[in-house]
Every structure is written in structure tokens, then in C-alpha cells.
Design a protein around this ligand. Structure first.
Ligand SMILES: Cc1cc2nc3c(=O)[nH]c(=O)nc-3n(C[C@H](O)[C@H](O)[C@H](O)COP(=O)(O)O)c2cc1C
Length: 278
């Protein structure tokens, strides 16, 4: 493996790569290996022509059956931006980012397409909801990769879904359209930290799913990650229920977060908002 890719691999996993394919040094691979979420933006505007090209890259993502079941709202209105930022005071990057996008799953457009073509739409179901959500996520992923390649930084914001009742009218999202995530975009004020990932041995399965090594490998991952990115008390999740601890590992944090229900109203909201989920 190219020594630069090798270094980036170690940075990403805290482990040396196993042998295997040895791609030549490649800028795109190196950049993707060392990417990180940006939460500190410079004030510089993103040129409109660049934004349009990045949005075209987002629209170039694959889409299930070519159904293209997503929409992207570019939130330009200052008052609307201010509203969204005011709901998320713990995330000041929402106010600071020069560009804010909302990637939406959209099953409405094709309901209208069917109507316009005089056929019923007989697929307002869970599968279509999933496909639309995947389409929106792939478009956001393509946008992020393109933007980071162009020297920009991005931060997805799932927390817009904590304010569905407010953001839906604010952005005039009709039934059949819901926000999967917001996205802050701008020029980074500093290099984004590289967050250590689970070892490939836990995520990549060869031919058969096998999670037998989980417990052992998890302990090792927790130790490696804690040594490099300790989670300080103020970032430990659900401290009201669990207090804070001197050592809070990645798996502690995951179990802290997932032990209490989040967004319990989501299904009911979707059902009121044009998704049958049958
Ligand atoms: C769908 C999605 C929603 C996210 N929502 C938020 C968010 O609301 N606020 C935030 O600061 N980061 C958010 N993130 C960023 C993640 O926290 C980040 O990707 C993760 O911690 C891994 O860090 P990295 O991207 O720097 O490697 C989100 C990421 C994704 C993919």
C-alpha cells in the first residue's frame, strides 16, 4: 500500500492495514480516508456556480429504480435559517455555515407523476418510504464527497427531525416529503478531526455474517479510541440518567444513547404526513 494511504489508514483505524491490494497513491482515496465532519466554518460564501455543481453531483447519485424520490431544499432565507438555528443552540455550526441544505425523502413527486399520467400510485408503503430515504441519503453522501473534494466541509444535521412539526411548515414540505437530514456546508476554519472507526474485522464480512469476535474486538477498539479521542464529561450522552464517568468509551457512549428512546413520535408524524408505512 502506498505509504500515504498507509498513514491515513492508521489514522482512520488506529491499526495498520492488513496486506492485500496495494493501490497506487490516489488523491481521492487519500482524501476519503482522512475526511471528517466540519463544525467550524469560515464566513466566506460558497460561490453559487460551485453550489450548483455540487447539487448536480448530488443528483448524479444512484437512485432506486431511477425513481429519484428525494428533494433538496436550499435554505437561503435568513429568517428561516435563524429559526432553524434557534432550535439547535447546542449546534452553533448550523447558524455559522454559509449554506444550509435539507435533504428530504420525497414520495409526493411520483404520486403526482402517476396522477398526471392517469395511473394510480399503488405503492405508498414501507418499501417506498425506505427507498426514498435511501435515495435522499445517497444524494447527501454524494454531495458531501463532492463538496469535500472541492475543499469544503460539511456537517449533516439529523436534529432537524427533532423539530418536524416546526420545520415542515417552515419549508412548506407537503405530505409525502420529510426531512432526512440538514447539511451545513462551507469552507472549513480548521482541519476536521479524523474519528476512529470500528475495525474492518467487525464491519466487513466475507461470504457469511460472523460477529463472534465482537466482544473482544470491541474492548480493543474502545481502548484504542479512548487513548486518542477520550469523551469528556460534557459530551457524555444522557448524563441526567447515568451521570458522567472519568472514562466513557465509544461503546459506553453508544449504550448511553440507545438505552433511552429517541424520536418516539416519528412514526405518528409520518403517518399524519402522507406516509402509509403499510
Ligand atoms: C445522518 C447523519 C446525521 C447527523 N446528524 C448530526 C447532527 O445533528 N449534528 C452533528 O453535529 N453531527 C451530525 N452528524 C455527524 C456525525 O456525528 C459524524 O458523522 C460522526 O460523529 C462521525 O464523525 P466523522 O463524520 O467526523 O467521521 C450526522 C451524521 C449523519 C450521517
Amino acid at each position: 500500500m502506498d505509504s500515504r494511504l498507509n498513514e491515513r489508514w492508521v489514522e482512520r483505524f488506529g491499526l495498520a492495514p492488513q496486506d492485500g491490494a496495494q493501490p497506487d497513491g490516489d488523491e481521492v482515496l487519500a482524501r476519503m480516508l482522512s475526511r471528517g465532519t466540519c463544525r467550524k466554518f469560515r464566513a466566506d460564501a460558497v460561490p453559487e456556480a460551485l453550489l450548483q455543481t455540487l447539487l448536480a453531483c448530488a443528483q448524479s447519485a444512484p437512485s432506486k429504480s431511477d425513481l429519484q424520490q428525494y428533494s433538496i431544499v436550499v435554505v437561503q432565507d435568513g429568517a428561516a435559517r435563524g429559526q432553524i438555528a434557534s432550535w439547535l443552540p447546542a449546534m452553533p455550526w448550523v447558524a455559522a455555515a454559509p449554506v444550509f441544505l435539507v435533504f428530504c425523502a420525497d414520495t409526493r413527486r411520483n404520486q403526482r407523476v402517476c396522477e398526471i399520467r392517469g395511473r394510480p400510485h399503488a405503492n405508498n408503503n414501507l418499501d417506498t418510504f425506505l427507498n426514498a430515504t435511501v435515495d435522499a441519503a445517497l444524494a447527501m453522501g454524494a454531495f458531501i464527497t463532492a463538496a469535500e473534494g472541492a475543499g469544503l466541509g460539511c456537517c449533516p444535521i439529523s436534529y432537524v427531525r427533532n423539530h418536524l412539526e416546526e420545520i415542515t411548515p417552515l419549508l412548506a414540505l407537503p405530505p409525502g416529503v420529510f426531512p432526512v437530514a440538514g447539511l451545513c456546508v462551507g469552507y472549513p476554519a480548521e482541519r476536521a478531526p479524523v474519528s476512529m472507526r470500528l475495525p474492518p474485522s467487525l464491519v466487513i464480512h466475507r461470504d457469511r455474517y460472523d460477529d463472534r469476535p465482537l466482544e473482544d474486538e470491541l474492548d480493543a477498539y474502545d481502548r484504542r479510541r479512548h487513548a486518542r479521542e477520550p469523551i469528556p464529561p460534557e459530551k457524555q450522552k444522557n448524563a441526567r440518567s447515568y451521570g458522567t464517568t472519568a472514562t466513557c468509551t465509544w461503546s459506553d457512549q453508544v449504550s448511553r444513547q440507545l438505552s433511552l428512546p429517541e424520536r418516539a413520535e416519528f412514526r405518528a408524524f409520518l403517518q399524519r404526513h402522507g406516509f402509509d408505512l403499510a
